[in-house]
Write a protein that binds this ligand. Structure first.
Ligand code: NAP
Length: 239
Protein backbone atom coordinates (compact mmCIF):
# COMPACT_ATOMS: atom_id res chain seq x y z
CA UNK A 1 0.00 0.00 0.00
CA UNK A 2 1.31 3.49 -0.88
CA UNK A 3 1.63 5.60 2.27
CA UNK A 4 0.69 9.29 2.34
CA UNK A 5 4.11 10.21 3.76
CA UNK A 6 5.82 8.50 0.81
CA UNK A 7 3.67 10.44 -1.68
CA UNK A 8 4.32 13.75 0.12
CA UNK A 9 8.06 13.07 0.23
CA UNK A 10 8.19 12.22 -3.49
CA UNK A 11 6.35 15.49 -4.27
CA UNK A 12 8.91 17.58 -2.42
CA UNK A 13 11.99 15.65 -3.54
CA UNK A 14 14.09 16.43 -6.59
CA UNK A 15 16.06 13.62 -8.22
CA UNK A 16 19.12 14.78 -10.14
CA UNK A 17 20.22 12.23 -12.74
CA UNK A 18 23.91 12.85 -13.36
CA UNK A 19 24.16 14.52 -9.95
CA UNK A 20 27.74 13.28 -9.66
CA UNK A 21 28.68 15.52 -12.60
CA UNK A 22 29.35 19.23 -12.91
CA UNK A 23 25.89 20.74 -13.42
CA UNK A 24 24.02 18.12 -11.38
CA UNK A 25 26.34 18.60 -8.42
CA UNK A 26 26.05 22.39 -8.50
CA UNK A 27 22.25 22.34 -8.73
CA UNK A 28 21.98 19.70 -5.99
CA UNK A 29 24.21 21.77 -3.72
CA UNK A 30 22.23 24.99 -4.18
CA UNK A 31 18.89 23.23 -3.71
CA UNK A 32 20.17 21.34 -0.66
CA UNK A 33 21.26 24.66 0.88
CA UNK A 34 17.73 25.94 0.17
CA UNK A 35 16.26 22.99 2.10
CA UNK A 36 15.03 20.92 -0.85
CA UNK A 37 15.32 17.13 -0.37
CA UNK A 38 17.63 15.80 -3.09
CA UNK A 39 18.33 12.35 -4.48
CA UNK A 40 21.54 12.18 -6.46
CA UNK A 41 21.24 9.66 -9.29
CA UNK A 42 24.21 7.89 -10.84
CA UNK A 43 24.77 4.78 -12.93
CA UNK A 44 26.78 3.56 -9.98
CA UNK A 45 25.26 3.39 -6.48
CA UNK A 46 28.64 3.96 -4.80
CA UNK A 47 29.30 7.07 -6.87
CA UNK A 48 25.80 8.34 -6.02
CA UNK A 49 26.35 7.85 -2.28
CA UNK A 50 29.75 9.49 -2.42
CA UNK A 51 28.39 12.50 -4.36
CA UNK A 52 25.46 12.80 -1.93
CA UNK A 53 27.86 12.89 1.02
CA UNK A 54 29.91 15.62 -0.69
CA UNK A 55 26.79 17.67 -1.45
CA UNK A 56 25.57 17.33 2.16
CA UNK A 57 28.96 18.35 3.55
CA UNK A 58 29.24 21.36 1.23
CA UNK A 59 25.62 22.31 1.97
CA UNK A 60 26.38 22.36 5.71
CA UNK A 61 29.39 24.57 5.00
CA UNK A 62 27.01 26.74 2.97
CA UNK A 63 24.69 27.20 5.97
CA UNK A 64 22.20 24.31 5.73
CA UNK A 65 21.58 22.89 9.21
CA UNK A 66 20.13 19.53 8.16
CA UNK A 67 20.50 18.95 4.40
CA UNK A 68 18.52 15.96 3.12
CA UNK A 69 20.62 14.37 0.38
CA UNK A 70 20.52 10.72 -0.65
CA UNK A 71 22.38 8.88 -3.38
CA UNK A 72 20.83 6.09 -5.45
CA UNK A 73 21.22 4.39 -8.80
CA UNK A 74 19.53 6.39 -11.55
CA UNK A 75 16.39 4.23 -11.83
CA UNK A 76 15.72 4.21 -8.08
CA UNK A 77 16.41 7.93 -7.86
CA UNK A 78 13.97 8.72 -10.67
CA UNK A 79 11.20 6.58 -9.23
CA UNK A 80 11.42 8.34 -5.84
CA UNK A 81 10.72 11.89 -6.96
CA UNK A 82 8.06 13.81 -8.87
CA UNK A 83 10.65 16.17 -10.29
CA UNK A 84 13.56 14.60 -12.14
CA UNK A 85 16.38 16.77 -13.45
CA UNK A 86 18.32 15.23 -16.31
CA UNK A 87 21.93 16.48 -16.24
CA UNK A 88 23.95 14.14 -18.44
CA UNK A 89 25.93 14.87 -21.62
CA UNK A 90 23.96 14.91 -24.88
CA UNK A 91 25.69 11.79 -26.17
CA UNK A 92 24.26 9.87 -23.17
CA UNK A 93 20.81 11.48 -23.06
CA UNK A 94 18.85 8.94 -25.09
CA UNK A 95 20.55 5.91 -23.48
CA UNK A 96 19.88 7.34 -20.02
CA UNK A 97 16.21 8.02 -20.82
CA UNK A 98 15.77 4.55 -22.30
CA UNK A 99 17.04 3.12 -19.01
CA UNK A 100 14.73 5.41 -16.98
CA UNK A 101 11.59 4.72 -18.99
CA UNK A 102 10.23 2.11 -16.60
CA UNK A 103 11.19 4.12 -13.52
CA UNK A 104 9.57 7.46 -14.30
CA UNK A 105 6.23 7.67 -12.50
CA UNK A 106 3.07 9.20 -14.06
CA UNK A 107 2.86 12.97 -13.49
CA UNK A 108 6.62 13.27 -13.11
CA UNK A 109 8.13 16.46 -14.49
CA UNK A 110 11.40 15.84 -16.30
CA UNK A 111 13.62 18.93 -16.42
CA UNK A 112 15.90 18.57 -19.40
CA UNK A 113 19.14 20.58 -19.19
CA UNK A 114 20.80 18.91 -22.15
CA UNK A 115 22.70 20.99 -24.67
CA UNK A 116 23.54 19.15 -27.92
CA UNK A 117 27.07 20.52 -28.09
CA UNK A 118 29.16 19.40 -31.05
CA UNK A 119 31.80 18.53 -28.44
CA UNK A 120 29.72 15.38 -27.83
CA UNK A 121 31.24 13.94 -31.02
CA UNK A 122 34.62 15.63 -30.86
CA UNK A 123 33.51 18.94 -32.38
CA UNK A 124 33.72 22.44 -30.95
CA UNK A 125 31.93 23.50 -27.76
CA UNK A 126 30.94 26.67 -29.61
CA UNK A 127 28.81 24.67 -32.06
CA UNK A 128 25.75 22.46 -31.72
CA UNK A 129 24.56 19.33 -33.46
CA UNK A 130 21.32 19.09 -35.36
CA UNK A 131 18.69 17.01 -33.56
CA UNK A 132 16.01 15.48 -35.77
CA UNK A 133 13.19 16.30 -33.30
CA UNK A 134 14.25 19.96 -33.18
CA UNK A 135 16.01 19.97 -29.81
CA UNK A 136 17.38 17.68 -27.13
CA UNK A 137 14.30 18.46 -25.00
CA UNK A 138 11.95 17.37 -27.80
CA UNK A 139 14.01 14.21 -28.21
CA UNK A 140 13.52 13.63 -24.47
CA UNK A 141 9.78 14.16 -24.79
CA UNK A 142 9.65 11.50 -27.48
CA UNK A 143 11.36 9.04 -25.15
CA UNK A 144 9.54 9.48 -21.84
CA UNK A 145 6.18 7.80 -21.02
CA UNK A 146 3.12 9.81 -22.09
CA UNK A 147 2.15 10.80 -18.54
CA UNK A 148 5.53 12.46 -17.97
CA UNK A 149 5.94 16.11 -18.98
CA UNK A 150 9.20 17.65 -20.14
CA UNK A 151 10.35 21.14 -19.25
CA UNK A 152 13.50 22.54 -20.85
CA UNK A 153 15.60 24.79 -18.59
CA UNK A 154 18.92 25.63 -16.93
CA UNK A 155 21.11 25.51 -20.05
CA UNK A 156 22.84 28.82 -19.41
CA UNK A 157 23.71 28.52 -15.72
CA UNK A 158 27.36 27.81 -15.01
CA UNK A 159 28.03 24.59 -13.13
CA UNK A 160 31.22 26.08 -11.68
CA UNK A 161 29.32 29.08 -10.29
CA UNK A 162 26.59 26.91 -8.80
CA UNK A 163 29.20 24.70 -7.14
CA UNK A 164 30.70 27.66 -5.28
CA UNK A 165 28.08 29.05 -2.88
CA UNK A 166 30.25 32.11 -2.25
CA UNK A 167 29.36 33.20 -5.80
CA UNK A 168 26.08 35.13 -5.88
CA UNK A 169 24.00 34.07 -8.86
CA UNK A 170 22.48 36.98 -10.78
CA UNK A 171 20.85 35.92 -14.02
CA UNK A 172 17.76 34.69 -15.81
CA UNK A 173 16.93 31.08 -16.57
CA UNK A 174 14.94 30.50 -19.74
CA UNK A 175 12.20 27.89 -19.37
CA UNK A 176 10.15 26.19 -22.10
CA UNK A 177 7.45 23.55 -21.98
CA UNK A 178 3.95 22.68 -23.15
CA UNK A 179 2.37 22.27 -19.70
CA UNK A 180 1.88 25.51 -17.74
CA UNK A 181 1.60 23.87 -14.28
CA UNK A 182 4.83 21.93 -14.83
CA UNK A 183 6.60 25.09 -15.95
CA UNK A 184 5.31 26.93 -12.86
CA UNK A 185 6.60 24.14 -10.60
CA UNK A 186 10.02 24.18 -12.28
CA UNK A 187 10.08 27.98 -12.06
CA UNK A 188 9.43 27.75 -8.30
CA UNK A 189 12.31 25.30 -8.04
CA UNK A 190 14.61 27.67 -9.95
CA UNK A 191 13.60 30.58 -7.67
CA UNK A 192 14.79 28.58 -4.65
CA UNK A 193 18.32 29.39 -5.80
CA UNK A 194 18.83 33.04 -4.80
CA UNK A 195 19.67 35.25 -7.78
CA UNK A 196 18.09 33.04 -10.45
CA UNK A 197 14.93 34.34 -12.14
CA UNK A 198 12.96 31.93 -14.34
CA UNK A 199 11.52 33.35 -17.57
CA UNK A 200 8.76 31.43 -19.31
CA UNK A 201 9.69 31.42 -23.01
CA UNK A 202 6.73 29.45 -24.35
CA UNK A 203 6.16 25.95 -25.70
CA UNK A 204 8.67 23.12 -25.64
CA UNK A 205 9.62 23.75 -29.26
CA UNK A 206 11.29 26.97 -27.97
CA UNK A 207 13.97 24.62 -26.56
CA UNK A 208 15.47 24.59 -30.04
CA UNK A 209 16.46 28.23 -29.47
CA UNK A 210 17.27 27.93 -25.74
CA UNK A 211 19.78 25.15 -26.33
CA UNK A 212 21.68 27.33 -28.83
CA UNK A 213 22.46 30.01 -26.25
CA UNK A 214 24.95 27.86 -24.32
CA UNK A 215 27.55 27.67 -27.12
CA UNK A 216 27.13 31.44 -27.52
CA UNK A 217 27.96 31.94 -23.82
CA UNK A 218 30.91 29.55 -24.12
CA UNK A 219 32.22 31.69 -26.97
CA UNK A 220 31.65 34.91 -24.97
CA UNK A 221 33.48 33.39 -21.98
CA UNK A 222 36.48 32.55 -24.17
CA UNK A 223 36.57 35.87 -25.99
CA UNK A 224 36.27 38.01 -22.86
CA UNK A 225 38.36 35.70 -20.67
CA UNK A 226 35.57 35.32 -18.11
CA UNK A 227 34.13 32.19 -16.55
CA UNK A 228 30.43 32.62 -15.91
CA UNK A 229 28.59 34.75 -18.45
CA UNK A 230 24.82 34.42 -18.18
CA UNK A 231 21.80 36.05 -19.70
CA UNK A 232 19.30 38.68 -18.59
CA UNK A 233 15.99 39.51 -20.31
CA UNK A 234 15.06 43.18 -20.00
CA UNK A 235 11.59 44.71 -19.94
CA UNK A 236 9.96 42.15 -17.64
CA UNK A 237 7.98 43.42 -14.64
CA UNK A 238 8.43 40.34 -12.44
CA UNK A 239 11.36 40.48 -10.01
N1 NAP B 1 28.59 22.09 -17.12
C1 NAP B 1 27.81 23.16 -17.25
O1 NAP B 1 28.21 24.29 -16.83
C2 NAP B 1 26.46 23.06 -17.89
C3 NAP B 1 25.62 24.17 -17.88
C4 NAP B 1 24.37 24.07 -18.44
C5 NAP B 1 23.95 22.88 -19.03
N2 NAP B 1 24.80 21.81 -19.05
C6 NAP B 1 24.32 20.57 -19.64
O2 NAP B 1 24.10 19.68 -18.56
C7 NAP B 1 24.41 18.35 -18.96
C8 NAP B 1 25.45 17.78 -17.99
O3 NAP B 1 26.64 18.52 -18.13
P1 NAP B 1 27.87 18.28 -17.15
O4 NAP B 1 28.92 19.24 -17.53
O5 NAP B 1 27.40 18.24 -15.75
O6 NAP B 1 28.30 16.78 -17.58
P2 NAP B 1 29.35 15.77 -16.92
O7 NAP B 1 29.85 16.31 -15.63
O8 NAP B 1 30.35 15.43 -17.97
O9 NAP B 1 28.48 14.45 -16.70
C9 NAP B 1 27.36 14.44 -15.85
C10 NAP B 1 27.08 13.02 -15.45
O10 NAP B 1 26.60 12.27 -16.55
C11 NAP B 1 26.86 10.90 -16.29
N3 NAP B 1 27.46 10.25 -17.46
C12 NAP B 1 28.70 10.43 -17.94
N4 NAP B 1 28.94 9.58 -18.97
C13 NAP B 1 27.83 8.84 -19.10
C14 NAP B 1 27.46 7.76 -19.96
N5 NAP B 1 28.34 7.25 -20.85
N6 NAP B 1 26.23 7.24 -19.84
C15 NAP B 1 25.37 7.70 -18.91
N7 NAP B 1 25.67 8.71 -18.03
C16 NAP B 1 26.90 9.27 -18.15
C17 NAP B 1 27.86 10.81 -15.17
O11 NAP B 1 27.17 10.32 -14.02
P3 NAP B 1 27.48 8.83 -13.47
O12 NAP B 1 28.77 8.37 -14.05
O13 NAP B 1 27.56 9.04 -12.00
O14 NAP B 1 26.32 8.04 -13.92
C18 NAP B 1 28.29 12.25 -14.97
O15 NAP B 1 28.62 12.57 -13.65
C19 NAP B 1 24.92 18.40 -20.39
O16 NAP B 1 23.92 18.06 -21.28
C20 NAP B 1 25.31 19.87 -20.55
O17 NAP B 1 25.22 20.31 -21.88
C21 NAP B 1 26.04 21.87 -18.48
Amino acid sequence: MVRHEDIARARATVAVIGGSGALGFGLSLRWAIAGTPIIIGSRDAGRATEAAARVAERAREGGASDPRVDGLQNEEAASGANTVVLAVPFRNQSETLANLRGALQPQTVLVDTTVPLAAAIGGRATRTLGVWQGSAAQQAEEMVPRAVTVVSALHTVSAAALSDPSIEMDEDVLVAGDDRKSKDDVSDLIRRIPGLRPVDCGDLERARILEQITPLLISINARHKIKHSGIRITGLDSP
